[in-house]
Unconditional design. Structure first.
Length: 574
């Protein structure tokens, strides 16, 4: 384990205050929150940090403009505040995103919006300029706390079409408001866990670990390499997302809390589209009334998302009808551009762990969060708190609320607030361009690399870039991974040695974005696997298995084909 937790002399089980099951964004956020308060806690996941639903968002940090229609003003207020805080606390991976709303009429949609606000289960259609103006004004008002971005503005048709060059001529106007995007959400989940481990030696984190039994207050687990251990917690937090009900059943406390929906996205290699977006996201209504979006992401265009009822989080992929839907929606809103399947470089899907809400249209199910408690009984001495719902943007606020309840139950007191506490590579991040230039110059000189390379690392890792760049490795930073001009052998040596990875997929799909950027080749996978082999103790056959597993994952779930079995594997034997 990753901390010196003490095991009971009588039972062999580790006594712990809080056990968190699930290392997605909600679990990781709570782990950090509790660790910083001095609470002994352990976080366990059956896979990697941030490898489930948390790896499949629209990669937005947003206040939830559409939640205004359902009257969830409290959620909008919290979401816009947390968006503003993340822009300050995680500036290395969260940045402002100007957003363009195409408007097709002046007054349409008002009565439908009033019906939705009154509780109708059908969403409004064809929102007109007046309705959008009211919504954006409210959005600005709710986002006033810790504001870091401009207010919205309106553009008439001519100027709107100059701003977004290929937008359909059917618009009458356009609205521009500001939200934010997150470039590396999976890394941020890891950084939250890392912050917690660094802050509190009484905390531990385990990945690729399965629960084998739950009996008489003792939970037993088996790690990926076969080692077993037992935990006796005072409180269990179920942060398993779409698996919450399954986990509660395993704990002997059956529940029906989750009614998730599937959200799919595609990434397309379309330089003309990215240029046309002019740094903006287009947030638009598709022909069937559903909301779609497209914006530039790491040189590609990210398109999303669907909202389909689903209860199978294990076997998700973006299906052909969803791809057709995305491409047709793009053709309608940007008729001057070509969109086809050959442009797709990556797809992904996830289950939103929304609260069970039978009979409600998927788009109207609340994105708010709750933490219902199942109290102890005769066979189970610990309470179970389930983290239901929520969204990426509000993870810190949700964690803060739950932590306060946990602290009260454990009779602990809060030591510090995380409201203005930087995360991971956001610590000591430069607040202006001049300070950033000073940091880049310092890294370039100390590591013996160019300013351009230092800036690339800062943009990727934040202030952690200094440790990455100066890491004493057997590999030069100048030696690049096959198929990529931006990722070096030294970076992946750092990740393999320092960032709690178990599998090759952890490195290429979560600690880095090399897979989602479509830059992977089998030769590149071989390079990365051979770098990781020495610190992780992989022999030749294990390297081959790790490469084949990534190739299979990409082909099965991400619409990305890499030809397998064409390179010779050479690495250090154990």
């Amino acid at each position: 384990m990753n901390s010196p937790l003490q095991a009971s002399q009588t039972t062999g089980a580790t006594n712990i205050d809080v056990l968190i099951l699930g290392a997605g964004i909600n679990g990781a956020g709570l782990f950090r929150e509790l660790a910083l308060q001095g609470v002994g806690c352990m976080i366990i996941d059956k896979a990697d940090f941030g490898s489930g639903t948390s790896a499949a968002p629209s990669r937005l940090i947003h206040g939830g403009l559409k939640y205004l229609e359902t009257g969830e003003f409290g959620l909008v207020a919290q979401s816009t505040l947390e968006r503003n805080l993340l822009l300050q606390n995680a500036p290395h991976c969260v940045e402002a995103l100007p957003t363009f709303i195409p408007i097709f009429s002046w007054t349409r949609g008002i009565w439908a919006a009033l019906r939705t606000l009154a509780g109708s289960k059908t969403a409004p259609r064809s929102r007109g300029a007046l309705l959008i103006k009211i919504g954006l004004s409210l959005y600005d008002y709710f986002g006033s706390r810790d504001r870091v971005m401009p207010h919205h503005r309106f553009l008439l048709k001519g100027k709107a079409r100059q701003k977004i060059r290929h937008i359909t001529p059917a618009i009458v106007a356009g609205g521009i408001y500001y939200d934010a995007k997150i470039s590396r959400p999976e890394r941020l989940v890891y950084e939250l866990v890392r912050d917690g481990l660094d802050a509190n030696p009484l905390c531990a984190a385990e990945t690729f670990t399965e629960m084998t039994s739950a009996r008489d207050g003792c939970l037993r687990f088996r790690k990926h390499h076969g080692t077993e251990f037992a935990v006796r917690p005072r409180l269990v937090v179920n942060a398993a997302g779409p698996w919450i009900d399954h986990v509660n059943e395993r704990l002997g406390a059956p529940s029906h809390l989750i009614g998730g929906t599937k959200g799919s996205h595609i990434l397309i290699d379309h330089p003309e589209l990215v240029r046309s977006l002019n740094g903006h996201m287009i947030y638009f209504e598709a022909d069937d009334g559903r909301i779609c979006l497209v914006y530039g992401y790491l040189g590609l265009a990210l398109v999303g998302s669907t909202d389909i009822p689903s209860s199978d989080p294990e076997n998700l992929r973006c299906e052909e009808p969803e791809i057709d839907y995305f491409l047709q929606s793009l053709r309608s809103i940007l008729p001057g551009l070509r969109f086809d399947r050959d442009q797709i470089v990556y797809t992904y899907s996830g289950i939103r762990p929304l609260p069970a809400s039978d009979g409600t249209a998927p788009g109207l199910i609340s994105r708010d969060h709750s933490a219902p408690v199942i109290e102890p009984d005769e066979s189970r001495p610990f309470a179970i708190m389930s983290l239901v719902g929520g969204k990426w943007t509000t993870f810190r606020g949700f964690a803060e609320e739950v932590a306060d309840v946990v602290l009260s139950r454990l009779q602990h007191t809060r030591k510090q607030s995380t409201r203005y506490l930087p995360i991971g590579g956001g610590k000591a991040y430069p607040v202006d361009a001049n300070a950033k230039r000073i940091l880049i110059d310092r890294i370039a000189k100390s590591a013996g690399i160019t300013d351009a390379r230092a800036q690339e690392l800062v943009d990727r890792y934040g202030t952690t870039a200094e440790a990455v760049a100066t890491f004493r490795s057997d590999y030069s930073d100048e030696r690049r991974i096959s198929g990529s001009q931006t990722y070096s052998f030294r970076e992946f040596d750092w990740i393999a040695r320092k960032e709690l990875v178990v599998h090759l997929a952890d490195i290429v799909m979560r600690r880095s974005t090399i897979a989602i950027e479509g830059r992977l080749t089998e030769e590149g996978l071989k390079d990365i696997a051979e770098v990781a082999a020495k610190p992780l103790g992989w022999d030749g056959p294990r390297v081959r298995r790790e490469i084949d597993e990534v190739i299979s994952l990409l082909a099965t779930f991400h619409h990305q084909t890499i030809k397998a079995g064409t390179v010779e594997i050479e690495c250090h034997e154990r």
